[in-house]
Design a protein around this ligand. Structure first.
Ligand code: GRF
Length: 206
């Protein structure tokens, strides 16, 4: 596959995917990072690994129409023949034109077990704080397809981990991230191998 990553922040999942490709575990090429934040950690990782990085944000292009803004994405994705998109902490909604072009080819990782602790406002440390406050004993990660709503696309994969008695949001975030860095590359590999089967009501890995 020819993969584009969308990321806004630290980029540790992006780094895990890049390293998996460099090590030959993934056969895909990660050929582009699109970020809405040119100062992001993700942009730095792209530079370090020689991956093209394009900054597209409304701050950078405040005046252009919605259609012209959407064209900026299409132009980058099409000119590079991108056929798969992985979101790695992308804090902006994905535009409808991108979603329709990449139906069942755009995925996200969420640091909780969807449908719990997901949806509007559930991002970053807010999630892990809410998990601890709720008193649940397990949390985890979800890899899911991206549709037009927050965290609502069909679930592809979940893995859980314990919430320990002395956890705070930071320690929990770290435990979940370790899982993300292991399983996000694994699930991308399942796509490479054609092992993700999509039927109208569910997704199975075969
Ligand atoms: C991850 O926890 C991911 O689940 C969520 O955003 C965070 C991004 O972290 N969607 P990083 O930038 O990959 O370190």
């Amino acid at each position: 596959m020819n993969i584009c990553i969308f990321a806004s922040g630290t980029g540790s999942n992006f780094k895990a995917l890049v390293e998996s490709a460099e090590a030959g575990y993934l056969t895909s090429r990660i050929s582009l990072l699109i970020t809405n934040n040119s100062n992001s950690g993700a942009a730095g990782i792209a530079a370090k690994h020689g991956i093209d990085c394009v900054h597209i944000s409304r701050q950078k292009f405040p005046e252009i129409s919605e259609a012209e803004y959407a064209d900026l994405f299409s132009k980058e994705l099409e000119s590079r023949a991108i056929d798969f998109i992985a979101l790695c902490g992308y804090m902006k909604p994905v535009l409808p034109s991108v979603l329709s072009k990449y139906k069942d080819r755009i995925v996200n990782v969420h640091p909780a077990l969807i449908p719990s602790f997901s949806g509007k406002g559930m991002f970053g440390m807010h999630i892990h704080k809410a998990v601890i406050q709720s008193g649940v004993k397990v949390t985890g990660l979800t890899i899911h397809f991206v549709d037009g709503e927050y965290d609502s696309g069909r679930i592809i994969f979940q893995k859980c981990c314990d919430v320990l008695a002395d956890d705070d949001a930071e320690s929990l975030c770290e435990r979940v991230k370790r899982l993300e860095h292991r399983y996000y590359p694994e699930i991308i590999k399942m796509f490479e191998e054609g092992r993700v089967r999509i039927s109208p009501d569910k997704v199975n890995i075969v």
